[in-house]
Design a protein around this ligand. Structure first.
Ligand SMILES: [Zn+2]
Length: 469
């Protein structure tokens, strides 16, 4: 018999079982144990007596005493969203600076802002805002970049623990090419502070907040530093996050700095930084050989479409990555991306995929007068990337990503009727973010959630069964 549930949700439940299998239970019954795990998930026949059928399911699972939550007809229970690439210090300038390409943007906006985190007071002010905003947008797991500073990045990790977010937190490493004097002295200095940061996790009061090795990208790290970080990650079996192939000028500079590497992906492979625990953000300009090397290594990609549009970097061909069997998740990449919302990343991933298709069609027309079929990402696929795909990328799919029995209950209660109430408690016309009509079934409600909703529709957020919003 499955573990006893103490809380049971009855209503429309959606999750991904794989890239191609989106399961919509309408209605479904999901039980959560006292320890915050999924006890069971079953569908109810829509034409049966819902109460009687629910009681039968509870009896079958020995959960008759559970508190039953009946969700309203326009409410969805969804797995928590996973942001596989986001910069907490950059929250301070989100929404500005989108006229510059990556390398100039880093110099003008990013490095001066990140430098300010030498002050722990600044970190204490800003990090709770960034993490709270991320949770409010439904992100139950995030892979955060901090700054070069150990004390400030410790505050970021403590903030995630205190606010209840599942997180990977990285102290950024860079020992060259940092503008505005934002750079560590040398490789040894960067490695030593990274070790200090890793040691500080003994005091973090959450086993869901973990460190991640974080070389900013190949341009800002000497070969000595990259190698040292690769060895440190291997010795401690730690995950690794960095950037790769985001922008054309960046790729050219990497080739100049690492003439002995075959390509950008190879730079990380040569420095012991490419393995199944590696998350490479962007990968917009990969060659076929790089995609193959990536898949062979077991490393995966954080696709950040909002940022790729924001910094005019390009449109990543996610279909090619998926066809190659590479792991892919979604990232907001705040502040390259202007939104902390993975829902925004989902809809932008669909648009980016269509942009790739437009390009392929134009090239095919010019080359041989024919159009080429490009299979754009579907709604089911981007939903997978935002949830289970992200969990697989971060290697936490045993714990989260969907509602399979035994996983921790990371979830969102999405109320599509959420609205701004006008004077006297009477709803004002035009205030709803989403309108659900009689003809909308569960699949249509999910589509409206992805394309039309905003954070006002996310009414409750759970991490491992605890309500954090
Ligand atoms: Zn980034």
């Amino acid at each position: 018999m499955s573990p006893v549930a103490v809380t049971v949700f009855v209503g429309t439940i959606v999750h991904s079982r794989s890239l191609t299998e989106l399961e919509i239970l309408s209605p479904g019954v999901l039980g959560v144990t006292a320890g915050g795990k999924v006890a069971f998930l079953e569908s109810l026949s829509s034409d049966s007596d819902r109460d009687a059928s629910t009681t039968k399911i509870l009896q079958a699972h020995g959960s008759e005493k559970a508190h039953v939550r009946k969700l309203s007809p326009h409410t969805l229970l969804l797995p928590g969203l996973i942001d596989t690439h986001v910069h907490a210090p950059q929250y301070a300038f989100t929404g500005t600076g989108y006229t510059l390409p990556l390398l100039n943007w880093l110099e003008k906006y990013t490095f001066p802002q990140e430098k300010r985190f030498a002050s722990t007071t600044h970190a204490e002010t800003l990090y709770p805002k960034a993490v709270s905003r991320s949770l409010r947008c439904g992100t139950t797991t995030a892979a955060w970049y901090g700054t070069l500073h150990v004390p400030a990045t410790k505050i970021l990790a403590q903030t995630c623990a205190r606010l209840g977010q599942r997180a990977f937190v990285g102290k950024v490493c860079m020992d060259r090419n940092g503008g505005d004097g934002y750079v560590e002295e040398n490789a040894a200095d960067s490695l030593q502070t990274t070790q200090e940061f890793l040691d500080s996790f003994e005091k973090i009061e959450s086993d869901r907040v973990k460190p991640i090795i974080t070389p900013r990208f190949a341009i800002s790290c000497t070969p000595e530093l990259l190698r040292g970080l690769g060895d440190m990650a291997e010795k401690n079996s730690l995950p690794i996050q960095t950037h790769c192939s985001e922008n054309a000028a960046e790729c050219a500079f990497v080739q100049e700095l690492f003439p002995e590497s075959k390509n950008y992906v190879d730079v990380y492979a040569q420095h012991n930084l490419l393995n199944p625990r590696t998350i490479l953000a962007h990968c917009v300009h990969l060659s076929d050989a790089e995609r193959k090397a990536l898949r062979k290594s077991g490393a995966g990609v954080s696709h950040c479409p909002v940022s790729n549009f924001g910094l005019d970097s390009g449109a990543c061909d996610v279909r090619a990555l998926l066809d190659e069997q590479c792991k892919v998740g979604l990232g907001t990449d705040v502040a390259g991306g202007w939104s902390m919302s993975i829902v925004e990343a989902m809809r932008s991933a669909i648009i980016a995929s269509r942009v790739v298709g437009f390009g392929k069609r134009e090239v095919a027309k010019i080359q041989d007068g024919h159009t080429t079929a490009h299979k754009t990402l579907s709604l089911a696929e981007v939903f997978y990337l935002a949830t289970l795909g992200g969990a697989e990328l971060l290697n936490i799919q045993q714990s989260t990503g969907n509602f399979m029995r035994g996983k921790e209950f990371d979830a969102l209660v999405v109320d599509l009727d959420a609205s701004t109430i006008g004077q006297g408690g009477k709803e004002e016309l035009g205030t709803r973010t989403v309108e659900v009509f009689d003809h909308d079934d569960a699949a249509a409600m999910l589509e409206k959630f992805v394309f039309v909703s905003d954070d006002r529709n996310i009414r409750e957020v759970y991490v491992a069964g605890s309500k954090v919003i």
